[in-house]
Design a protein around this ligand. Structure first.
Ligand code: CP3
Length: 325
């Protein structure tokens, strides 16, 4: 998760030349940055370099990165939400699809490419707050005092995500990941209605799309802070569930492993531990999974910028060594 980025000096060198938005919109450079961690650490899969917020710009929101994202015209009422447009992704964001074609050529047969999008609820938090937040006051006010407007926003975002992702598969993405990074701020009931409900809507639209008949691909749903919702996740239409580190993965396998593959779930700050401690934590996750099939080892959330790349290399090698048993 976030395998490319500021913890790599090669990435920081590219960012001296171009802004983050320029990077996301220049296919050759997005490809170069996607390949940096692949060439250095040899991960089993590559993930497109882009950002979940890129499609919001084409819906009518003014997006900037400082590097934290900021939107100076957030939507907080029905009138503003009605003005948002669902873009034609290939016409409006050709750079995303061009980047995917470049990356597929660069990868050849060495590893598959994961495409991605933000889940409707997580995109809604940025569209409504206008930035990251601690308590999400504007988002929750919209959900609770204008639920019809909230549903309209989530439906527009679901349609945007589905067409955006469908075109990624047409361009060559071999798997899709839907990031619901802020789903964990919701009560179980609200999670079910506003987060999982609309992630499922995206997945249903994909399953019903013309592209799916010819080239279906696996879909990963990652809800950060998913521990309170494990039971609700049984109704998720994804093939794989991403699991963050706040829950032990063994019991989650017992509850969900017959329906889903699971991805996760080491705490990314374990990469700050000395090697012996990190090895112990990796072993704990692998022992928790045991011999059950359908596990993708991953971090429980994105890698942090001040991570030592040598720990990343150690993690990859240790996972390979310990799971070869
Ligand atoms: O995984 C990868 O290597 C692919 C690239 C990727 C980025 N963002 C690059 C990025 C992916 C998959 C994302 C997804 C994303 N973006 C999420 C979902 C995953 C998660 O972490 O929960 C979210 C919530 C965002 C929104 C976003 N973009 C934030 C909050 C920030 C600021 C982060 C910070 O630490 O300051 C960004 C910017 C961003 N996206 C950077 C990168 C490498 C840093 C920008 C820079 O180079 O200055």
């Amino acid at each position: 998760m976030r395998q490319a980025g500021r913890y790599m000096h090669e990435y920081r060198a590219v960012r001296k030349r171009v802004s983050f938005l320029e990077l996301c919109k220049t296919p050759e450079i997005a490809c170069e940055v996607t390949m940096q961690p692949m060439n250095e650490f040899g991960f089993d899969a590559a993930i497109l370099f882009c950002d979940i917020l890129i499609p919001l710009e084409k819906m009518g929101l003014h997006l900037e990165f400082t590097p934290a994202p900021i939107i100076d015209n957030p939507v907080r009422d029905r009138a503003a939400i009605e003005k948002l447009v669902v873009p034609d992704p290939e016409a409006e964001m050709p750079y995303v699809y061009e980047a995917i074609r470049h990356i597929r050529r660069a990868l050849g047969d060495t590893a598959p490419l994961i495409g991605f999008a933000g889940a409707p609820f997580t995109l809604a938090t940025y569209a409504v707050e206008g930035a990251g937040s601690k308590n999400y006051p504007y988002t929750k006010t919209l959900l609770y005092s204008a639920p019809d407007a909230a549903h309209l926003l989530l439906e527009k975002l679901a349609q945007c995500c589905a067409t955006y992702l469908e075109a990624q598969v047409r361009a060559g993405a071999q798997c899709l990941q839907i990031f619901d990074s802020w789903a964990g701020i919701l009560s179980p009931r609200d999670f079910n209605e506003f987060a999982l409900g609309y992630a499922n809507r995206v997945i249903q639209l994909l399953h019903d799309s013309p592209t799916w008949k010819e080239s279906p691909v696996p879909i990963i749903y990652f809800a950060n802070g998913c521990a309170p919702y494990i039971d609700l996740l049984k109704t998720c239409k994804a093939d794989v569930l991403g699991v963050d580190w706040r829950v032990d993965i063994g019991p989650v396998f017992d509850q969900l492993g017959s329906k889903f593959a699971l991805q996760g779930n080491i705490d990314p700050t374990c990469l700050f531990m000395p090697e012996e401690g990190l090895r112990e934590r990796i072993k704990e996750v692998l022992d928790g999974v045991g011999n059950r099939p359908g596990h993708i080892f991953n971090l429980g959330h994105g890698i942090l910028p001040n991570t030592d790349r040598e720990r990343v290399r150690f993690l990859v090698n240790t996972v390979r060594e310990l799971s070869a048993r």
